[in-house]
Design a protein around this ligand. Sequence first.
Ligand SMILES: N[C@@H](CCC(=O)N[C@@H](CS)C(=O)NCC(=O)O)C(=O)O
Length: 281
Amino acid sequence: MSGRQINESVEKPFRLTAIRFSHYVEKVRWTMDRLGIPYLERPLMPMVHFMVTPFVTGLSGHADEHSTRFSTPVIKTDRNEVIVKSSAIMCYLSERCLSEDETLFPTEEVVQLDEHYNRYLGPHTRRLFYFNVLNQPDLMFELADRNVGAGQAWLFKTLYRSFRRWIRSGLGITRERVDKGIGHIYKEFDRVAQTLSDGRPYLFGDRLTAADISFACLGGAAMLPTPAEGYGAYLPPLDRCSDELRRVSTELRESDAGKWVLGLYRVERGKRVIPALPSLS
Ligand SMILES: N[C@@H](CCC(=O)N[C@@H](CS)C(=O)NCC(=O)O)C(=O)O
């Protein structure tokens, strides 16, 4: 399915404003790549995004209990519509490009499971990631060097100490919450394995839905998938991560649900077909 033709109903490339390595952004990139939507990505580092997204969303941003109204992903379509929130964007793309038989949101259960992952899985994997990686400035600096342009990377590194403090307090990152979160992540992976244990290829049967993409991105990010494995941004290499992050990622990779997610990246996501800025080579 990866490598679909450029969608001909699209008049000019969409614009994706994105904290480049975000797993919520990956949901949208996956969907756009899958549907052949041409887009240009404006890649951002966290905190630097506050200097950009207000100019894109104006007053239309949407806050929830885990993110501000200036959060990403945000897209601007070929018709100049600005859409915020990963699931709303996926829904728009699905309605615009897919028939009723192909929709990514075929039932209310799919909508609910996607939202469940938005609210109860994405925040836990993100806290686990930041709790560990913020303590390794060299890894954070490499994320900047590999994911955004040189000027922005310089700004991020220069203001890193303040940014780190704000990220920690903004996301409520504490040892206790991370410990609880790890339990939740394992539980969600177990639940997925149980659902798939009857042999079905996807969470809702024999077709890929938004819930599969959502789990693969919001849960799968804890396994730190690489661009070669299909992830649309650069995440830190496992062998340089802290013992805790490496242990959890490795255990998830070896679990049934983790293997299934890596298979989804391989078969359904594939490598990105639309060049992004800057290059991920
Ligand atoms: N509910 C939003 C959440 C997205 C989200 O949390 N994005 C993070 C990136 S991991 C972000 O931009 N955070 C910065 C902020 O909240 O200002 C969605 O699904 O799009």
